[in-house]
Design a protein around this ligand. Structure first.
Ligand code: SAM
Length: 249
């Protein structure tokens, strides 16, 4: 029977391609890749010659039936994206859903994921978190989204690109408050990796300080809102309660 492997690839450092990922990518009949040219580079680096087929955001709907029929004929295929774990702010959801609905086995080959890497090194609470992916590109929609997250008490995690990091962080400071602890993780696993902590206000200053700070790929993590204070009674209710307690046997 066919099988679809969902294979994580490096987010910058080629050394992070796991031995099992290499083995699976080498042994499958074909690889569905977000950008076949980009993945061809990775395969060359690993000495792999498996044929590629394109599967990206704009052709996924059209490509799924063909890939699915190959799986149903018994082929083993792999799904990769340009970086990190497929389906995490990346294409693949439609294919995985279709494969599972058709009873095809889907098996993950886990590995790098930018937000997990960032969270693991951020020092922010990691027991509960909310992964938001990319915020909307346009400012009004972005602010509305942030507004909807303002009361969340778990750690918030966002993806940002170099051309929107400044605007995104500025809106976060405005909507969530400049005092919120936050961490900007850029260029993870690469030469210029930087994990900068502070408050949303101080991180805005840090971004403005040097063009280098705004280059590359970013994960932004923001501490959740403080837990709502425990319900307290108003003073009059406290006084009456105390009187009642005194009268009780
Ligand atoms: N599937 C990927 C994953 O598992 O993380 C994410 C793909 S998404 C299209 C690309 C975004 O991930 C970038 O804009 C950036 O926000 C984040 N990202 C990817 N690689 C990164 C890195 N090396 N350092 C920081 N952020 C990264």
């Amino acid at each position: 029977a066919g099988v679809l492997y969902v294979v994580a690839t490096p987010i910058g450092n080629l050394g992070d391609l796991s031995p099992r990922a290499v083995e699976v990518l080498r042994d499958v009949d074909g690889i569905a890749a977000e950008d076949t040219r980009h993945t061809a580079g990775l395969l060359t680096h690993a000495g792999i010659r498996t044929p590629l087929v394109s599967l990206h955001e704009h052709n996924e709907e059209r490509q799924v039936p063909g890939i699915l029929s190959r799986l149903q004929k018994g082929e083993a295929l792999a799904l990769v994206s340009d970086a990190g774990t497929p389906l995490v702010s990346d294409p693949g959801y439609r294919l995985v859903r279709a494969a599972r609905e058709a009873g095809v086995r889907v098996s993950p080959v886990p590995g790098p994921c930018a937000f997990v890497a960032a969270l693991s090194a951020s020092g922010l609470p990691s027991d509960r978190f909310l992964f938001e992916g990319f915020l909307p590109a346009r400012a009004p929609a972005r602010r509305r989204r942030l507004q909807a997250l303002a009361e969340e008490t778990c750690t918030l995690i966002f993806y940002e690109s170099s051309h929107r990091i400044a605007a995104g962080l500025e809106d976060m400071a405005q909507v969530l408050g400049g005092a919120r602890p936050a961490v900007v993780a850029r260029e993870l696993t690469k030469t210029f990796e930087q994990i900068q902590g502070g408050t949303l206000a101080s991180l805005n200053t840090w971004l403005a300080e040097a063009a280098d700070h705004r280059r590359g790929e970013f994960v932004v993590l923001v501490a959740g809102a403080p837990d709502a204070p425990a319900q307290t009674l108003d003073p009059e209710a406290e006084r009456i309660l105390a009187l009642c307690l005194r009268e009780m046997p």
